[in-house]
Write a protein that binds this ligand. Sequence first.
Ligand code: ZN
Length: 332
Amino acid sequence: MAAPAAGPVPPVPVLRIVAECGRSRARAGELRLPHGSVPCPVFMPVGTRGTAKGLTAAQLAALGCRICLGNTFHLGTRPVSGTGGLRGALGLTLSRPCPELPNPGGDRSCRGFPAGFRRSPRRYRGVTGGSRSVPGLGGPQIWGGAMTQRDVPGFAIGGLSGGEAKAQFWRTVKLSTEQLPRDKPRYLMGVGYATDLVVCVALGCDMFDCVFPTRTARFGSALVPWGSLQLKNQQFAKDFRPIDADCGCPTCQRYSRAYLHALLRSNTAALHLLTLHNIAYQMKLMGSIRDSIVQQRFPEFVREFMDTMYGGRGGPPAWAREALESVGITLA
Ligand SMILES: [Zn+2]
């Protein structure tokens, strides 16, 4: 008897879920991409030309960075000459095989990872499908429907983090993740503040990108678990402690706040050293988030994070408290 004809081989899912929080929507997983696997939730430094501003690809790799975000709009307007477009540019710039996710660059849709939901000036909407009104958002609508039925590797939530009220921000993220399929990665574009990352992981997002950690480094700001240090300020002139004694990055291992304060006045190497630390901070934060989900202690992690970040500043902001309570995590 002849063997039955082989049918089409089903595609391997991009996302393998490793663990889910028993209370919130947080999940830990693994993104299986053509150039390697990436643990998630993950923060992707913006590295349109193959690495983040101020760092080499090798330095990013040494910090544990497994994926960069490439802005397709910027690559289109400022291509690397002689490389043959997006794929060639990234292939030339990277010194190692490294997953790189091209993003829409604002409100443009992206072939591989289409924007699931994006914002128009007057309302939030998806590409197609039915609509739902969002209580408390003053009239905007989320459009999902057929969009979520598309056979795509994952979905991006775009158009947020553009100056809207935080109450709108988190409710829109939550409504988006509610409509997106469980088994596909959810990429929240342009989000990189530590508090936003923690809250949006709780709301069910897997991937993030933002220029914030590298940009703020170039202004002399170092990210720490209790906020940030403005190292240009005079108060650090004689502060011989590292930026963060618990940080294992090369900057914290070798240099003091006082040294960096002095260097910031005269030498751009200081900006490089701060960028190194800030990316290390983001990587460590996401690693801690992921570990806590795997170990089924994410709600405890969130409470500890908020206590460290806001304990000396009157407690977490109301929007973060409300967002977390909406998925079952109550802060003290
Ligand atoms: Zn450091």
